[in-house]
Design a protein around this ligand. Structure first.
Ligand code: ZN
Ligand code: ZN
Length: 181
């Protein structure tokens, strides 16, 4: 598996459900970013990441960096770019890793992308051929907050207080508001 150890490969494929080029791009971005930053996997919010694409790559990034949607230390920018910024709180010391390997996508005789060939490129080539790594600093976003739960006056289900809105002075959850609209 060239640049990716078998244990990592097994873990990301088990989590994501299949092996695909996007997943491998995420593995390469995450490994390079963690190495360049010199920090271990995030336990809490001491490490955070900004990822610029809602693609398959994001699953590998979440698993390997420990920056996840659930923990609140993953900030998704829907820019359609395979770019990962990994950073430390509170200093904002960061690395930004850009996937630059699109030009190495092999094509078949009919001009379509050779998926298996691209998977090989993504597992075998050196970081220098696939990635650009920059050291920079970013302003840390606010930490994740925990809000009290209140109860929706329509469905009775619990909802995070700032997500509920008052209608006729009674709290209504976003789900019930959507159904009413
Ligand atoms: Zn995939
Ligand atoms: Zn409701």
């Amino acid at each position: 598996m060239g640049q990716i150890d078998q244990e990592t490969m097994d873990a990301v494929v088990a989590f994501h459900g299949h092996l695909c080029p996007g997943l491998l791009i995420g593995v390469r971005l995450a490994k390079a970013a963690m190495e360049a930053l010199g920090e271990p996997r995030a336990k809490d919010e001491e490490i955070f990441c900004i990822f610029e694409n809602d693609s398959c790559a994001l699953d590998a990034v979440q698993l390997l960096t420990g920056c996840t949607m659930g923990k609140g230390n993953l900030f998704l920018k829907d820019y359609g770019k395979q770019v990962l910024t990994l950073a430390v709180r509170p200093s904002g010391r960061a690395v930004r890793v850009v996937f630059t390997g699109d030009g190495l996508k092999p094509t078949k005789e009919d001009g379509t992308v050779d998926r298996e060939g691209f998977i090989e490129v993504l597992t075998e080539r050196d970081d220098g051929e696939l990635l650009k790594v920059e050291h920079r600093s970013v302003a840390p976003p606010p930490r994740a907050r925990i809000f009290p739960t209140i109860f929706c006056s329509v469905c009775g289900e619990g909802v995070m207080e700032p997500r509920a809105e008052l209608m006729d002075a009674k709290p209504v959850c976003p789900g019930c508001r959507a159904e009413e609209a």
